[in-house]
Design a protein around this ligand. Sequence first.
Ligand SMILES: Nc1ncnc2c1ncn2[C@@H]1O[C@H](COP(=O)(O)OP(=O)(O)OP(=O)(O)O)[C@@H](O)[C@H]1O
Ligand SMILES: [Mg+2]
Length: 403
Amino acid sequence: MQRVAIVDPTESTRESLRTLLLGVDFVWLEAECARYEYFPDVVQTSGPDLAIVTLDGDRAKALAMIGQLSAAHPKMPILTISQDHQALLTSLQRGARYFLTHPVTLEDMLAALRRAVGESGGLEAAPAGLARAAGGCSVIAVLGSRGGVGTTTLAVNLAATLAADPAHAVALIDLDLTLGDADIALEVSGGETISIADLARNIERLDMNFLRRAMARHEPSRLSVLRHPLEVAEAGIVHEGHVERVVNLLKVSYTHLVVDLSKSLLPTDLMALRMADLILLTAQLELSSLRNVVRLVHCLNAEDGLGEKVRVVVNRQGSEAGDEGISPKKAEEVIGKPLFWQVPNDTKAVAGARVAGHPLVTHAPKSRAQQSIAGLARMLYGKPAAPDAAKGSKGGWGFFGKR
Ligand SMILES: Nc1ncnc2c1ncn2[C@@H]1O[C@H](COP(=O)(O)OP(=O)(O)OP(=O)(O)O)[C@@H](O)[C@H]1O
Ligand SMILES: [Mg+2]
């Protein structure tokens, strides 16, 4: 946690700065000051890691004070905020290291804080929270090759498996805006019912506190969930710009974001696919699903080379219903791409977990489906195999050996 001191003689802007900072979980508002002339003493007493000075209360006084402050505390980064570009430039000449133009957006503030926190040495000694502040968040988009292939099952259970690691903070975003059902697979407890549509409606006023309140929590798995719009008619409220903003903000607080997409390749889906580090394309060993894999990869390749991020995951391998006797080898020939992972058909565990509203990792941790998903998580994030998982992964469920 990095300690911050602020000075701003104007009450209204000081108040908004305070609200902005209170929502950021890697900084602590150590001291607030309303007079430029007192600020050096405040800094001397409170010893913050970062000072934030808004210049517009009295630019001449503020700039003089910055010269004094940077001479007395050469190692402490100073961040200045003003409407006036000349004043910002002068503040840099006097020793400030960062500046933001007023009005300050949350994203700008977070980016500046991350740089300043990194510079003040906070990141080396930091626990997971600060590492995340440095931008260490993986975004995994989970896309289906048709309805019902297990996209939500994969997204929910991969997210919950990743969340089981105490070093991780994981959120699942339900972007299947019209008919999403991640909240059925995962019965979340308490809190207010805020959905992504509510965030979209309030996007201009969005701050970290509101965003945090929107994240429902599945306590047993430590997984946070951003719900799909509660009313079907609200789906249209959410636009790609909202998705971009919400994902960028969530990246500050989480190590992994798993996004369950719709099947319609809407602009909101495409935005998530562009922002993703990895796209898991869920398929089954049957013709229509495999044909759609080919079509989707082709389409994503045309979209700024998104196809390169795609990894095909076969679900319900070995099922009579979903498997038309097409072998994995044949499937690879059809799609012209290696299969990355296979998850076995495991109706008892998967259906049981769904009815219970819990992910496999808490409901049926030893099930074949969960062992396979744990293997997938290890394959993606390189954690050593847990003893149980290694035992359970015998029998051919898992990696096909090629990527
Ligand atoms: N590995 C599995 N073994 C057995 N059943 C499974 C498996 N994966 C998914 N299912 C079942 O398949 C059904 C569809 O799964 P899910 O809702 O995850 O698919 P989806 O692709 O998200 O569907 P939609 O198109 O509605 O979004 C569910 O009843 C689920 O329990
Ligand atoms: Mg689904």
